[in-house]
Ligand binder design. Structure first.
Ligand SMILES: [Zn+2]
Length: 204
């Protein structure tokens, strides 16, 4: 008979039970397969590790690069946030307290212009805050992770996770919306040409 590792394992298990004085209960527990796969099925853990079940993960975007392709062009932190919907620690981002006179914030993944300098405002929340985006640049999705109902915002070209948008907080802005965006998801260009002419209504 051919050697069969599975049968061999069963035989060894059985041997443990029959060995005199062996701690059979402990042996059995140690030999039980660890249900690794079921871990990701626990919603709380899934949310913690960023494998969100948000609808955006099933959407398609013009830029359809695979995870492998993204890993080749993004830093680990950019990949964690843009592609795995992570969040940078509050107050840690390079654009949190960045208030240029002009310029444009682009997607750190695909370089699509997303926000103009004059969309940005001081929210004190610890992440870059914008009251509006360049028209059509940002898509919204319902996000039910972490036991909350939030609106996730992603780059409309590559689906890269930006953060969330909150409404009705009372900030004195034209929209009373706050795009709460991870700095890691953004690059900044002082040259506003990329967004020129696309956002006339954004005058603050
Ligand atoms: Zn993008």
């Amino acid at each position: 008979m051919r050697f069969n590792p599975f049968l061999s394992a069963i035989f060894r298990t059985f041997s443990n039970f029959t060995r005199p004085g062996a701690p059979s209960t402990a042996s059995f527990a140690a030999l039980r397969p660890v249900p690794l796969r079921s871990m990701s099925g626990i919603p709380f853990l899934g949310a913690l590790f960023g494998t969100s079940s948000s609808t955006s993960s099933t959407m398609t975007y013009p830029d359809k690069r695979s995870d492998t392709e993204w890993q080749a062009v993004l830093t680990k932190e950019q990949f964690r946030i843009l592609r795995e919907k992570g969040t940078e620690p509050a107050g840690s981002g390079k654009f949190d307290k960045h208030y240029p006179e002009e310029g444009v914030y682009t997607c750190a993944g695909c370089h699509t212009p997303l926000y103009r300098a004059n969309h940005k405002f001081k929210s004190g929340c610890g992440w870059p805050a914008y009251f509006d985006s360049i028209p059509g640049a940002v898509n919204r999705h319902e996000d039910r992770t972490l036991g909350m109902l939030r609106t996730e915002i992603v780059c409309s070209n590559c689906g890269g996770h930006l953060g969330h948008v909150f409404k009705g907080e009372g900030f004195p802005t034209p929209t009373d919306e706050r795009h709460c965006v991870n700095s890691v998801s953004l690059n900044f260009s002082p040259d506003d040409k990329a967004a020129a002419g696309s956002s006339k209504e954004s005058k603050a």
